[in-house]
Ligand binder design. Structure first.
Ligand code: 5SP
Ligand code: CO
Length: 218
């Protein structure tokens, strides 16, 4: 069994009327990171939360922040995201015509940089940027909503990404987001994922700490 699989609970499925209670559970769990889904209603057909909520969450979270920006023009917000104490800033390939510049700006701001691919975007699109990345996030659902069903083709994309990573000498982690649960996590771990994001599987469970423990040992 591998012992390096990271788990990043996604706050999108938390109880927003009592975030402090849910965050306390995450803080006390074996979760490695806290995944935060920012949506603008333009890049994706949904709106989640913005800086007032992010500031309150950042003040309570004891886990490093993994910020998933489902927004157009994410470069406009690099310094504000950094000032929250963010560890990893994920921008979508599909939202960044000047991706190389955005990645350099994120790193210059002192954060780790990740690129996210939608389910229909081929892994090969990263061949000229993967050397500069700390992580690639593969969406295993169409972004915008929690609680959707896992797209099985993601398993092939993980294998392709591992090959691209090996060919290019990159150390980028492979993170998977969408439909991760106790059934899909072992398949993802086996295929070579490094980080699993889980929203509804964690926050809708009766015992979050136990589910995180089980995911971690997938
Ligand atoms: O980025 C997103 C959705 O766009 C995710 O991070 C979701 O929050 C994952 O939710 P589940 O599929 O795990 O319920
Ligand atoms: Co996400």
């Amino acid at each position: 069994m591998r012992n390096d699989l990271k788990i990043a609970p996604s706050l999108l499925s938390a109880n927003f009327a009592n975030l402090e209670k849910d965050l306390d559970q995450i803080n006390r769990s074996e979760a490695d990171w806290l995944h935060l889904d920012v949506m603008d209603g333009v890049f994706v057909p949904n709106i989640s939360f913005g800086f007032p909520v992010l500031k309150a969450v950042a003040a309570i979270s004891k886990k490093p922040l993994d910020m998933h920006l489902m927004i157009v023009n994410p470069d406009k917000f690099i310094s504000q995201i950094r000032d929250l104490g963010t560890m990893m800033m994920n921008v979508h390939y599909e939202a960044c015509p000047h991706l190389h510049r955005v990645i350099q700006q994120i790193k210059e701001a002192g954060m780790k940089a990740a690129v996210t691919l939608n389910p229909a975007t081929p892994v090969a699109m990263l061949s000229d940027i993967i050397q500069d990345l700390d992580m690639v996030l593969l969406m295993s659902v169409n972004p915008g909503f929690g609680g959707q069903e896992f797209i099985p083709h993601t398993l092939n994309k993980i294998r392709e990404l591992r090959e691209l990573r090996a060919r290019s000498g990159s150390n980028a982690l492979i993170e998977i987001d969408g439909g991760v649960n106790l059934q899909t996590a072992p398949l993802l771990s086996e295929a070579g994922a490094d980080v699993l994001v889980a929203g509804s599987a964690v926050f809708k469970a009766p015992d979050m700490i136990e589910v995180i423990h089980q995911l971690k040992n997938a």
